[in-house]
Design a protein around this ligand. Structure first.
Ligand code: V47
Ligand code: SF4
Length: 366
């Protein structure tokens, strides 16, 4: 009862247009009044975007699953020489894209940290894609990969990002953030760059005019305090740069046999936790334009419900998804533009097709 009353006090702040603090955010996570939470998050989302919900025609490319990090939650990665390990040449990637170019306007390229590939591989990859498909925007390389590239290029952080930009990089995806808490990070992904470096890389990108997204992997061993800490660090950086476009809460897909799937959520977060996390994100991240409901990890139906909990973006057609599906995600691997439009319209919202940097593009889907 006390938690219910506290959450109502916090929601009164939302309706009055006041910024939420750490205790407010915790009270919302601890409250179970999902409907009031959804109502307040929808109020904020509608104030920003009306009934408009974005989607894009995109395609994922994962150049390699060979990764020196081997994070404990990642079923996608392999060690060099292990069964199932792969690395695609630039030409193999171009062959994959051939024939589907007219069907996408955003390419999402992320992969493992390959121990042997030179920086020139990545430059050649994006410049050849741009040559072949000049209309396509390239959203590529997590901050974890950018950090790896700085060691390969010897150009420093700004130099590395500038070189990628000059070769066709349009924006950075939000992966690799996981949970910023150092204690959780040490258990989940001890080899991964620390939170401070992830933030530093996004700040450097923003300073070069490269916009980025941000993510948070939730529903494993983290606490609500860890989630709130993560959101507040992102809000602080956004307050200084304004370079984030969307925040994407990533619903943990449990990895069988992983050292981390025996804890709080043996089967991953519940639908209620998914919706609550979307809503609290919308309310805390008051300076982020969009909260994205990533249907691949939420499933299509929770994704659709998320449109009543503050989400104003449902990502894209995706076409080939390996990271969540390696961990056993039950969603399909692609949706057609018509299916995306249908999902949005059936929620009584207005579909808006966008490109990677959130410019509206003419929608030809029904
Ligand atoms: O960084 C890995 C996560 C991320 C699992 O910026 C897992 O528009 C859940 O960042 N369960 C990559 N998540 C995906 C990503 C992303 C996706 C869609 C859109 C955008 C964007 C970014 O996937 C990784 C890691 O945090 N991940 N394993 C897992 N078992
Ligand atoms: Fe490598 Fe990224 Fe998987 Fe971690 S999450 S093992 S860095 S591919």
């Amino acid at each position: 009862m006390l938690e219910y009353a506290m959450a109502l006090d916090v929601l009164a702040k939302v309706y009055a247009g006041e910024r939420l603090d750490k205790d407010d955010a915790l009270a919302l996570f601890n409250s179970d009044d999902l409907f009031e939470l959804g109502r307040a998050a929808s109020f904020v989302a509608e104030r920003l975007h009306g009934k408009r919900v974005c989607y894009t025609r995109n395609r994922h490319i994962n150049p390699t699953n060979i990764c020196v990090n081997r994070c404990r939650f990642c079923a996608f990665s392999r060690s060099h020489g292990q069964d199932g390990a792969y690395g695609l040449t630039v030409n193999e990637i171009l062959d994959k894209l051939a024939g589907t170019s007219s069907h996408f306007n955003e390419l999402h390229i992320v992969g493992g940290l390959h121990p042997d590939w030179p920086f020139s591989y990545y430059l050649e990859l994006i410049s050849k894609i741009k040559q072949h498909y000049p209309h396509v925007q390239i959203k590529a390389f997590t901050a974890v990969e950018i950090d790896h590239f700085t060691k390969l290029s010897g150009l420093g952080l700004s130099g590395t990002l500038s070189e990628l930009k000059a070769h066709g990089l349009d924006m950075l995806p939000g992966g690799g953030a996981e949970i910023f808490s150092e204690t959780v990070r040490a258990r989940l992904c001890p080899e991964k760059i620390p939170a401070g470096r992830w933030l530093e890389i996004h700040e450097a990108a923003h300073n070069l005019g490269i916009r980025t997204n941000a993510t948070m992997l939730y529903g494993h061993i983290e606490t609500y305090e860890d989630r709130v800490g993560h959101l507040l660090m992102l809000r602080e950086l956004q307050g200084r740069t304004g370079g984030f476009q969307a925040f994407i809460p990533l619903s943990y897909q449990p990895v069988t046999g992983s050292a981390i799937d025996v804890n709080n959520y043996p089967s991953g977060p519940s639908g209620i936790d998914d919706l609550k996390t979307i809503a609290v994100s919308r309310l805390v991240l008051d300076n982020f334009p969009h909260i994205k409901a990533y249907w691949i990890m939420l499933g299509e139906k929770i994704c659709q419900l998320a449109l009543y909990f503050g989400a104003t973006d449902i990502d894209g057609t995706v076409i080939e998804e390996k990271i969540a599906h390696s961990a056993g995600a039950s969603s399909s691997e692609m949706l057609t533009p018509d299916e995306m439009v249908h999902l949005i319209k059936k929620a009584q919202k207005e579909p808006v097709e966008r490109n990677a940097v959130y410019e509206e593009v003419p929608c030809t889907a029904k």
